[in-house]
Design a binder for this molecule. Sequence first.
Ligand code: SAM
Length: 291
Amino acid sequence: MRKDISTPQYTRSIIDKHKFTFKKSLGQNFLIDRNILDKIVDTAGVTSETGVIEIGPGIGSLTEQLAKRAKKVTAFEIDQRLIPILKDTLSDYPHVKIIHQDVLEADLPAIIEEEFSGLDDLMVVANLPYYVTTPIILKLLMERLPIRGIVVMIQKEVADRMAAEPGTKNYGSLSIAVQYYAVAKSEVKVPKTVFVPQPNVDSSVISLMLRDEPPVEVADETFFFEVVRASFAQRRKTLLNNLQNNLLSKEQKAEIEQVFQEVDIDGKRRGETLTIAEFAKLSNALLPLKR
Ligand code: SAM
């Protein structure tokens, strides 16, 4: 039987055979550890009924493990040089489809409909390129795709921010944006040594299981996220200051203070102490002051 793509020896031989050179600008750090790959696929709960969207298959190490368990895998790869390599390494898996495209430009709802019609269980699974982790995850969440969740390897620092609780140093607008759509859990810390080439940072596998509904009632989503972003604009400033300076205006100070009283939130608090429920309450009450 053929060896896994992910063994260090086989990875090296594929790279040598195709004279592939890594592009740092595309976040190319390939996984060479079968245990980590299994952990990712296990965490995603991939079964023979699951359709998987992968982002950045590289030379196919994660794709191969996904293909062994999933009904179908459709993967987006931006680097043209990897397309013939993937054709070679994944030739045993006819239910894998590679799309040569920047995932940020992909029409995901249309592709899901085309590729996965009839499948009820869809997951996004990836070892993401670190330079575009946040835009990719926010795109996946904000487009409200018909997926069960997202399990991805990302930079540990970003995973910690996504899963952070109120009152901690990592808690910020990214935590709220992600947790509004999903239940975030940092699953396992991963050392640099499981990649080739090794990145400069530690990594984590994070799971984002989509909520059926947002955890809070928000009257205007755009304004809710504007309030959140403005509240964290200068982390050391109070809520009142941040909202006055970054969203509303100094002339509205008395009205803003009135709203703080109404919702029973102290305007001297800092954004990092507010729960999502408090941000929802605050943004709903501030909405009439929107300019
Ligand atoms: N899945 C492989 C693995 O685990 O060994 C490779 C992961 S590597 C961290 C990231 C991959 O994403 C690379 O193959 C890179 O070319 C690809 N990539 C980078 N930016 C992309 C984008 N915007 N859309 C699709 N693929 C992208």
